[in-house]
Design a protein around this ligand. Structure first.
Ligand code: FES
Length: 126
């Protein structure tokens, strides 16, 4: 059963922007807010070369990485074709304007950078 951890208010995330969430261990998580106030969470690491997705542009339900322009789906973390790869997506719950993340995922998902989606096969910094 999920143990939800309150992170912030939806209004704390800029519309079409992102807010970073620090974890006790592992790379940070990025919360994204769409134009229609939906919230998604991805590891803040592009599956291409580890760009910070939180610095990218949100459009529809995707974010464009600021480094080389890959488009990453906010719901799955998958790169839009023809690019390939994925960054881990985190479960999000919004209740009465408060954004929650799954505490178990925060403490265990993609703690080891090798799990960040590239499988260690890319040329990113880890
Ligand atoms: S690091 Fe994101 S597109 Fe290259």
């Amino acid at each position: 059963m999920s143990e939800w951890k309150a992170i912030c208010q939806v209004s704390d995330i800029p519309t079409l922007g992102a807010r970073r969430v620090q974890r006790a261990a592992g790379p940070q998580v990025a919360l994204f807010r769409t134009a229609d106030d939906r919230v998604f969470a991805l590891l803040d690491r592009c599956p291409h070369k580890a760009g910070q997705l939180s610095q990218g542009l949100v459009h529809g339900t995707a974010v464009t990485c600021p480094l080389h322009g890959w488009n990453i789906a906010l719901d799955t973390g998958r790169a839009h074709a023809p690019d390939e790869g994925a960054t881990p997506a985190f479960s999000v719950k919004v209740d009465n304007g408060t954004v929650y993340l799954d505490n178990q995922e925060l403490t265990s998902l993609a703690i080891d950078p090798v799990d960040s989606g590239c499988g260690g096969a890319c040329v990113c910094s880890h």
